[in-house]
Design a protein around this ligand. Structure first.
Ligand code: ZN
Length: 306
């Protein structure tokens, strides 16, 4: 989709689908106000999202949820202040670890390295060291001037395992199942409407970025989600979808893990594994070319305990 837009996905749930695979957000219309899920990768996009909510629903926003700490899901938090922002405890910890001590109500994110680490993980420059030609992709991706300086508002409330918001006829259930895409990933499940926001636990038909991930955890989380009674899945990136797509996405990690494990068992070095591990069945996915070798390196290090 060339332009971001707000679409209804179930009776009271709307998804804001980012342009060209940019991050998604969402909103659940409740009798107590609107519950917003994630806040986009730039304040200007958050403003567009917020304007669309006001134009469509014209109700006060009562709560903002951050599904995880990555910049493309929290960069617009400031636009929703003073509405409370809830996230998993690990999300606040990850933001504190990445951005350091706050001098005031917001962190101020500036410079390529800090911005890139909050988007792709604290180990980005271990996986793509200075001088690696792959760094070009990451520089290009955040070259717009708006990325030069972004104020990030922290979550104001945190939880550990589960946080339920009771509605008259439904419940919004926020769940944490352990480290996966990063640490602090939560699902936002509107049980009666069988609708779930998966944040970046799910990328729709895209080769995922695995920089910050716990590979076995990610596979396990998707296994758990596949047991849920769900009709509509809103991924972190890409259009609304269903559990069959989640199963396909999970298979990609299983295939990658199997191949990297085989490579390690055969005695291959990290560089050899990066050269020899290919996933032809997933090679048509966007970002496969850019990220295959780096993801193999990430998996190799993870599986060999480094
Ligand atoms: Zn993410």
């Amino acid at each position: 989709m060339a332009e971001a837009r707000l679409i209804r996905v179930s009776a009271s749930t709307f998804a804001w689908i980012g342009a060209n695979g940019d991050s998604n957000a969402g909103v659940i219309d409740t009798p107590d106000g609107l519950v917003v899920i994630d806040t986009q990768q730039l304040p200007s996009l958050a403003r567009m999202f917020k304007n669309a909510i006001v134009a469509t629903l014209n109700k006060p926003i009562s709560l903002v949820i951050n599904t995880h700490a990555h910049l493309d899901h929290v960069a617009g938090n400031t636009l929703f202040e003073p509405t409370p922002i809830i996230a998993h405890k690990k999300t606040l910890e990850l933001l504190n670890a990445s951005l350091g001590t706050r001098k005031g109500p917001h962190w101020v994110l500036d410079g390529f390295e800090a911005t890139a680490r909050l988007l792709w993980g604290n180990n980005l420059f271990d996986l793509v060291p200075p001088g690696d030609p792959n760094l070009h992709f990451f520089r290009e991706r955040i070259s717009a001037p708006e990325y030069d300086k972004i104020a990030v508002a922290p979550p104001t409330m945190t939880f550990t395992d589960q946080f339920d918001i009771e509605l008259p006829n439904d419940v919004i259930s926020l769940r944490y199942f352990g480290p996966a895409h990063c640490d602090g990933d939560i699902t936002v499940h509107l049980k009666g409407e069988k609708t779930i926001f998966l944040g970046d636990l799910m990328f729709y038909r895209r080769f995922p970025w695995m920089g910050d991930c716990d590979l076995n955890g990610w596979i396990d989380r998707l296994t758990t989600i596949l047991t849920f009674d769900i009709e509509t899945v809103i991924p972190g990136h890409g259009p609304p979808t269903d559990l069959a797509e989640v199963a396909m996405f999970r298979q990609l990690f299983v295939d990658l893990r199997d191949k990297v494990e085989t490579s390690i068992r055969s005695g291959a070095s990290e560089d050899a594994a990066m050269n020899e591990v290919h996933l032809p069945e997933h090679a048509s996915l966007p970002r496969y070319e850019q990220w295959r070798a780096i993801n193999v390196r990430a998996a190799y290090r993870y599986l060999s305990g480094r």
